[in-house]
Structures are given as structure tokens and as C-alpha cells.
Design a protein around this ligand. Structure first.
Ligand code: F6R
Length: 615
């Protein structure tokens, strides 16, 4: 959470930093700030509560031809979102400026110590403590900035990606990372610093991703030196060539990133299986799985750890893995798993799912599983992310950048990867008949066409959204493979429209939630023809007899559920196990339209951030 951008070079820094902040705004957007240092030696800061657009408005008076700048878009942890708590923060002397993504957990004792030494604080943030700690260390021992940052960071507990600027040494920016991502774009006589590569993609495709506990002094006209924060040892910089292009991170004519990403699903699912799925030959090939096949086949169980939507993809995978491979599966919230002294052994395979690859709880769960001897396999979208590096092996989802805070294409591509893994293991174990195995491969290959067809429900979803946009509560029901889809549908609605929504296994209704049903309650039932259709029909009848308003997701041509429902959305038929890839599409569209009709900020819902790098 929080996005940071820095620039040092020969171009005007202001437009680079502002544009970069807009691209990083998905990471946090409750306040923003910018610092510019011009040739006359003026250090100017502008910061404000609100979005980057508000900052742009406010910072007009500080715009200059400065070629050094840093900017920050915030997701508050310590201190409410307001102008004062926004970054950059200055040290007491006014010489050092810092932007920070992360949390300094021991900021209170450090602050007390600094107060005793005469320091004063204007904000409630942990970041202002850090910049003054650096200043104190620097002054006490007359250190250069880089060394002072290093000494200070060795006193800090927590997580950070930081950029520090010293007006007395204006040809450099010192950067460091622990637990929060930080990329350095390397251009000709210029450097870009950012939480991810999107702010500098049009300037350079050469990037260095700092590893945890590394720092660098980014200095003009000097080769970049990366050091370990703890022992000062030098690290060889690994320059990665970026494959991302500008088009991928722009809206491409759609009103919102979320809608664009919903519509990208047919293509990105193809990208996910391209080169891995060869349906006619009956082959599934994924390097990370092939290289570790024995580990999967000998596993006593597969333990899936993830958060939010990725956790829902994990729940779908539980059904798929157990059905296809007969390997026992457990799915855990990473945030619970990490703190409950779980029983794990070297016979367990842990699968960590994460779009961003930066989720702090998932990362911590991985570290714990590794400590206990498990083999850890990652399913990530962001290439080079912390989770993809921390896991023993993995498979990328190849969904392309997901900018909308509500996850859509990440979910369906995660399910695609996990289904392919399950199919590969079923082949090795012989747990599926040959004909079923071939049938699933062929069905998976044509899923993108069916997703495309499901997207044609858009207009109808919009009409239904119009009818239910003022609801205060909503219930989502599904069974089997579509129970996790019900959870995901409810999450999508609540996070972007702020309507309270719950997902339930349909049969659980009678154990409590049915008491909620009255004529005001929209109930979205996922009822495709395959699976537990008859049982779901009975559940729908129970709702109908209590006057609930039924919106059903049904297979094209369905008549039985249609008769019972107030509204239906028809989707193409596929097998039960693959149906989540289709049933989820109208639910995404429904949430999207309800949120838009309610005037909500779909891409940046309140209180949320795309990449949750704090626990
Ligand atoms: C919901 C959503 C979140 C994320 C969760 C995990 O739409 O986006 O629930 O799924 O924060 O994030 P990743 O997958 O990046 O680990």
C-alpha cells in the first residue's frame, strides 16, 4: 500500500512524478504529495488529503523545471489521512525529505528517544520518526546520507520502501526496501524509482527490483551500487528487461479499469494457458510443475494460502484438486495461518495464490511454511514480485497488469492455472479417466469463447443493476464449485458498491440466513444446469416462498429456474468443474453496474488499496 515515485535525471521531474503517481494510485489514494528540488536550490513540497488530481490542483504554485522529484500516494496506517500526515516528510532541519511505503513498528520508542534529544514532530506518522532518526544518526556521526540511512534502518523494526533526499547532496536519492516493493528504472543519465515499473515504462524497459534488506544510493552519472542493509556487502545489480507495454496499463477506451479488465478475460485466459495446454495431444506442460512433479505426487496434502479474492480462487481449487487428483486439500486465510502455529511437514505442498505477489500476510505464511519444511509453490500475476521470488517454484497467471482495485481477471486466470495443475497431476496419478481428462482439456481450451459469450450479458446485467441499485443487503448462494463464486460475487458487490452482501452455500440457508429473507432481499443464486441443480432449485423454492427477490444465473435454455425467478441471466453451458470461470462473469458485471449507478468510485473504492503490504 502507498505508492512511491522518484526521479533524478535531465527531464522535468514534475510531470513524470505526477503521471507516475496516477499509475500507482491503485496502491492507495487517501492523500498524496510531491517534492521538487530545483537548480536554485529550492526544495518545494506540496501535499494534500485526497487524490492525485487534488494534488495536481494544489501543487500548481510549486511547479518548476526541477529535474529531481519524489511523490507519494498514501494508504493511511499511522495517522488519519490529512495534509500534515501526507508524504513527503521533512526532518527537523528541513534538509532531509522522505517518502515511505510500509510501517515502522517500533516508531513509538524511537520517537520518545528523539523527543528527549530535542526533536519535534508535526505529524502522527511513523515516517516522520524515520526521517528524523536518519537525521539524528547522520549528524551524530557526521555520516553521508547513504550510511546514515543504513545505520537508521538497522534500528528499525517493520516494513519499508523508502526514498530519501538530502538538499545538501542534491545529485542523489537513497532508496531501501524491506517487505514493500521497490523498482529502479535505469535510463541514460537518469533513474526512476517506483513501487512498480508502471510509472517509467515509457522511458526505459531496464529495471532493477531491489530485494528485501537491500539499499542503493541512486546517484547521477555514477553506476548504481546495491548493498545489503545489515552487513554492507555489495550485491550485483540484476537488470531485468520489462515486457510490459504502455497500452496494458491504460484504460483503452473503457470507462473504468475494472470494466476493461472484465472484458480482457477471454484473452488473458488464453494467455494463461498459451504454450501450456495442448488439448489435442492431451498435454499440459508447466515448467514449475514438471520440475517438481514428484513433490506434488508424494504430497500428503495440499495446503492453499491466500487472501480475499485469491482465497476464493483457492476454494474453487480445493474442489477441483480433490475431484481430479484425490489429494486432500485445505484452504487457509494466510492471515490466520501465519499466527496459529499450524501443523505442517515436509510432506505438505503449500500453494500460495496472490495477484500482486506482495500481500504481507501471504508472504508471511510462505515464510512460515518454508521454515517448517514444506515445499511452497506460488501462483502469482506480477512477474518478479516478492511472493514469486520467495516461493520454491511457481506458475504465473499472465493476466497482465490488474489496476482496478476489485480483482476480476486475476480470479479467473488463477482458477485457470490451478485447474491446469490439477489436470496435470490427475494425468500423472491416473485419477481421471482418459476420456474425462481429454474432455476437460478440450473444454478448457474453448472456455475463452464461452467467457466472451457470458460477457454479452452486460446490457441485461445493467438493467438488473438498475432495479437493485438501492438495495441495502444482498445474498449470494451457490453450491459445490459455485459456492466460492457466491463468496466472490458478494465480495465484489460489497467492496465497490458498499452494499452489504453475504455469500453462502445454498443449503446453509435453512440453518440461519433464511431468517433474513423478505420481499426487500435480493438473492443471487448461481444455478447452472450441471452440478447440484435439483438441490439448488429446491433452495430457490424456499426463497420464493418467503418472497425473496431471485436473480438466477442459469444455463442457456433453462426453464425450471426461470419460472421461479424474478430475473435470470443466461450463460453458456460447461462442465461443473469449469463453471466458476463462466458463472463469475455476470456477477462481476452486476457489481460493476450497481456501483456505477450508485456513483461509487469503482476503480478506487473507499478504504481499500490494491496491494496490501501491511498485515
Ligand atoms: C478483492 C481483492 C482483494 C485481494 C486480496 C489479495 O477484489 O482484490 O481481496 O484479492 O487483497 O490480494 P493478492 O491477490 O494480491 O494477494
Amino acid at each position: 500500500m502507498c505508492g512511491i515515485v522518484g526521479y533524478i535525471g535531465h527531464r522535468e521531474a514534475y510531470p513524470i512524478v505526477i503521471k507516475g503517481l496516477k499509475r500507482l494510485e491503485y496502491r492507495g489514494y487517501d492523500s498524496a504529495g510531491i517534492m521538487l528540488f530545483d537548480k536554485e536550490g529550492d526544495l518545494k513540497i506540496s501535499k494534500t488529503k485526497g487524490k492525485v488530481a487534488d494534488l495536481e490542483e494544489k501543487s500548481k504554485e510549486i511547479i518548476s523545471a526541477a529535474t529531481i522529484g519524489m511523490g507519494h500516494t498514501r494508504w493511511a496506517t499511522h495517522g488519519v489521512p490529512n495534509d500534515v500526515n501526507s508524504h513527503p516528510h521533512l526532518s527537523n532541519s528541513g534538509n532531509l525529505a522522505i517518502i515511505h511505503n510500509g510501517i515502522i513498528e517500533n516508531y513509538e520508542p524511537l520517537k520518545k528517544e528523539l523527543i528527549k534529544r530535542g526533536y519535534t514532530f508535526t505529524s502522527d506518522t511513523d515516517t516522520e520518526v524515520l526521517v528524523n532518526l536518519i537525521e539524528d544518526v547522520k549528524k551524530k556521526d557526521n555520516l553521508k546520507l547513504g550510511k546514515a540511512v543504513q545505520v537508521a534502518l538497522n534500528q528499525v523494526v517493520g516494513a519499508y520502501a523508502i526514498c530519501v533526499f538530502d538538499r545538501e547532496k542534491p545529485d542523489e536519492i537513497v532508496v531501501a526496501r524491506l517487505g514493500s516493493p521497490l523498482a529502479i528504472g535505469v535510463g541514460k543519465d537518469e533513474f526512476f524509482i517506483a513501487s512498480d515499473a508502471s510509472p517509467f515504462i515509457e522511458y526505459t524497459s531496464n529495471a532493477i527490483y531491489l530485494e528485501d534488506e537491500e539499499m542503493a544510493v541512486v546517484r547521477l552519472h555514477k553506476p548504481l551500487k546495491i548493498r545489503k542493509i545489515k552487513d554492507d556487502s555489495l550485491v550485483d545489480p540484476y537488470i531485468q528487461e520489462l515486457k510490459m507495454n504502455l497500452e496494458q496499463i491504460e484504460k483503452g477506451g473503457y470507462e473504468h479499469f475494472m470494466l476493461k479488465e472484465i472484458y480482457e478475460q477471454p484473452n488473458v485466459i488464453k494467455d494463461t494457458y498459451r504454450g501450456r495446454l495442448h488439448a489435442n495431444e492431451g498435454i499440459i506442460q508447466m515448467a514449475g510443475v514438471e520440475d517438481n512433479l514428484e513433490k506434488f505426487l508424494n504430497a500428503d496434502r495440499i495446503l492453499i494460502v491466500a487472501c480475499g479474492t485469491s482465497w476464493h480462487a483457492g476454494l474453487v481449487a480445493e474442489y477441483v484438486f480433490e475431484e481430479f487428483t484425490r489429494i486432500p486439500v485445505e484452504v487457509e486465510y494466510a492471515s490466520e495461518f501465519r499466527y496459529r502455529n499450524p501443523i505442517i511437514s515436509s510432506k505438505d505442498v503449500v500453494v500460495a495464490i496472490s495477484q500482486s505477489g506482495e500481500t504481507a500476510d501471504t508472504l508471511a505464511a510462505i515464510k512460515l511454511a518454508k521454515e517448517k519444511g514444506a515445499f511452497v509453490f506460488g501462483v502469482c500475476n506480477v512477474v518478479g514480485s516478492s511472493i514469486s521470488r520467495e516461493t520454491h517454484a511457481g506458475a504465473y497467471t499472465h493476466a497482465g497488469p490488474e489496476i482496478g482495485v476489485a480483482s476480476t481477471k486475476a480470479f479467473t486466470t488463477q482458477i485457470t492455472v490451478l485447474t491446469m495443475i490439477a489436470l496435470r497431476l490427475s494425468k500423472a496419478k491416473g485419477t481421471l479417466s482418459n476420456s474425462d481428462y481429454f474432455r476437460y482439456l478440450q473444454e478448457l481450451e474453448i472456455i475463452p469463447e464461452k467467457v466472451q459469450e457470458a460477457l454479452m450479458t452486460n446490457e441485461h446485467a445493467k438493467e438488473i443493476a438498475e432495479k437493485f441499485k438501492n438495495s441495502t443487503n444482498c445474498l449470494y448462494l451457490g453450491r459445490g464449485y459455485n459456492f466460492p463464486v457466491a463468496l466472490e460475487g458478494a465480495l465484489k458487490l460489497k467492496e465497490i458498491s458498499y452494499i452489504h452482501a453475504e455469500g453462502y452455500p445454498a443449503a446453509e440457508m435453512k440453518h440461519g440466513p433464511i431468517a433474513l429473507i423478505d420481499e426487500q432481499m435480493p438473492v443471487i443464486v448461481i444455478a447452472p444446469k450441471q452440478g447440484h441443480y435439483d438441490k439448488v432449485v429446491s433452495n430457490i423454492q424456499e426463497i420464493k416462498s418467503r418472497s425473496g427477490k431471485i436473480i438466477a444465473i442459469v444455463t442457456k435454455g433453462d426453464t425450471q429456474v426461470k419460472e421461479l425467478s424474478d430475473h435470470i441471466i443466461e450463460i453458456p453451458e460447461t462442465s461443473d468443474a469449469l463453471s466458476p470461470l463462466i458463472t463469475t462473469i455476470p456477477l462481476q458485471l452486476l457489481s460493476y453496474h450497481i456501483a456505477v449507478l450508485r456513483g461509487c468510485n469503482v476503480d478506487q473504492p473507499r478504504n481499500l488499496a490494491k496491494s496490501v503490504t501491511v498485515e
